[in-house]
Design a protein around this ligand. Structure first.
Ligand code: GLU
Length: 313
């Protein structure tokens, strides 16, 4: 075993905002195999810092779904809502370096000030209304405020699946929130703190999160942390070509589980969709360890409809 490869650490990072679906399962399987195919380690991390969107019972359900699929982990579940002091100390470091500023803009303020329609369905680019503030100005504010990171450049990176990525953050939101006005860390900050603390070497996630990566690279740099490698994989779409959603649809793993579908059947469809086997047949995740490759995964989104229909028939 190659020493460097044996050190691979990946993570499964469910957000308990709803039921886990086929698309989540495909990403978890790729992430798990990236570690297991080189005897690496897997961390399970529950991303529940968005208290308003977390659904009761969804954490236990996600853990059950993962176990049902046959995925395991060496560490966790690490639960973000129990780690606030870690995120607070990262925020304090950004404040000490004046890399963030207090922002009182509401979503409506930002939408109203945005001069051009935003790209990619993301948030509008922050117009810089509060950017002249200093950290100390926070003490004088009477309205709720978020902490926003000053974007001075857009780091390019080489993704293990996508290749060279150079996104202009000026067109993807601009200065971004690291701490929400509700008093919670934002995803961008929490994910960087946790991936660095866990020694994660490889982040595997859906390519809808590509625009998050340059932001996270800015945070790694600002906090003096080593960034991991990134692998962004295509999304899974339903028969109408829409992204699978956690809140709707019949693609939920829990629904398949309770309908008595064998997890090996689901894994077989995922494996075929990734090009590791020619056609779906029941498989366990461990059976795929010798077959795992990023090179065979199609570059376009996977439309899950036929696979789903077949599992239920
Ligand atoms: N928790 C996110 C999700 O469920 C994944 C975030 C990440 O992998 O960085 O989509």
């Amino acid at each position: 075993m190659d020493g460097a490869q044996a050190d691979v650490v990946t993570r499964l990072a469910p957000s308990p905002t709803g039921s886990q679906h086929f698309g989540n399962a495909r990403t978890y399987l790729i992430s798990w195999l990236m570690a297991r195919s080189v005897a690496g380690r897997v961390i399970l991390r529950v991303e529940d810092i968005d208290a308003g969107r977390t659904r009761p019972g969804a954490i236990d359900e996600a853990v059950l779904d993962l176990r049902w699929l046959g995925l395991d982990w060496d560490e966790g579940p690490i639960v973000q809502s129990r780690r606030l002091p870690l995120y607070e100390s990262a925020l304090a470091r950004l404040q000490a370096a004046e890399l963030v500023y207090p922002c009182t803009c509401t979503r409506a303020d930002i939408a109203a000030a945005a001069s051009a329609p935003h790209e990619q369905g993301g948030e509008p680019t922050y117009p810089g209304t509060c950017a002249r503030r200093r950290v100390a100005d926070a003490a004088t504010l009477t309205r709720p405020f978020a902490w926003r990171f000053r974007v001075d450049h857009s780091p390019a990176f080489v993704d293990r699946f996508v290749g060279a990525v150079a996104l202009d953050l000026g067109r993807f939101g601009g200065d971004f929130v690291v701490w929400k006005s509700a008093g919670e860390p934002a995803y961008q900050l929490a994910v960087v703190v946790d991936d660095a603390a866990g020694g994660v070497t490889d982040v595997v996630r859906g390519d809808d999160l590509l625009p998050s990566t340059p932001r996270q690279l800015l945070l790694y740099h600002a906090l003096g942390l080593n960034p991991p490698r990134f692998t962004h994989v295509p999304l899974v779409l339903d028969a109408e070509g829409r992204r699978l959603a956690k809140r709707q649809g019949g693609h939920h793993l829990s629904a398949l589980r309770t309908a008595g579908v064998a997890p090996e059947v689901v894994i077989g469809h995922l494996a075929a969709s990734c090009g590791w086997i020619d056609s779906p047949r029941p498989m366990r995740p461990a059976d795929l360890i010798p077959l795992f490759s990023l090179d065979t995964i199609p570059r376009t989104p996977w439309v899950v409809h036929a696979a789903l229909a077949a599992t239920l028939s």
